[in-house]
Design a protein around this ligand. Sequence first.
Ligand code: NDP
Length: 283
Amino acid sequence: MIDFSVLKDCRYTVIGDPIAHSRSPQMQNAGFAALGLGTPYGRLHVPVEELPLFAEYARKHLDGANLTVPHKNRILPELADMSPEARLCGSVNTLLVRDGKLYGDTTDGYGFAKAVEEAFGLVPENLRAVFFGAGGAARAVVFYLAAHGAKSITLANRTVEKAELLAQDLRSAYPETEVHCAGLQDTHLLAEFLDGADLAVQATSMGLHKEDAPPFDLTLLERRKGLCCFDMIYHSTPFLRAAESAGLPNRGGNGMLLHQGARSLELWTGKTAPVEIMREALK
Ligand code: NDP
């Protein structure tokens, strides 16, 4: 049962299942406060079967929300409309409530691109990227990269069929971006794709827990000097440690969290987000 009482006085919230770990409230409330808008952002546990109940509450009582696993695509039937980007990638991480209706947008791709530019000076145009993982986060990000001129994208996933489905959608939306697929165990193929890449992205959920095994053969990272390595997970992971010991530039997912959140704040308020204040609040 959703405990809506935790949202007392809140006009915004992050929802997910689980959600207790989310640092969005501290970051967003610092941003809202710096804009003189108080601290209106909460955190709500919403099990998947109760998403329609949350949607009903949001229409009546909220101005906006962020969504995380497992709601980003499950929210689609509740929306009155969504941005072209969200429609293309089929993923929504930001809700806007207007006249009692829900509108969906996605800021994950923007947040990822800003974080990667900050970390490595790489921009989407002409980028050659290898993604490990083809779930919701990878999906939103690869659509953004292709829309902004990425040259090639490789999708390596445990379930290769899921990577192939995503590849098909991506190719039909952006035929100019080369799209390749592989399994996480296809070491020879992965080595070839990594040799021709600027950026390797760890986008599986492996590494969230200390005891998690590496998602693929991490010695592959030792082959390609200068390869930039980005992990969507916020803390140290086997992937980041392997990149570090191979002497490769590497960065975790904090910057992505920051910039996707800053963009959501801008969509809600129409004001420029105080990014540095939000960054401090995340530390
Ligand atoms: P999804 O649940 O949609 O996708 C999970 C991905 O992990 C799939 O590719 C899945 O492969 C793979 N995976 C799961 N278990 C294993 C395993 N045992 N071995 C190999 N691969 C596995 O999650 P998201 O895409 O939403 O999130 C992915 C990661 O990105 C999470 O760690 C999340 O915390 C992080 N994230 C970070 C953000 C940030 O702002 N920094 C924003 C969003 C997400 P398969 O298809 O075979 O199941």
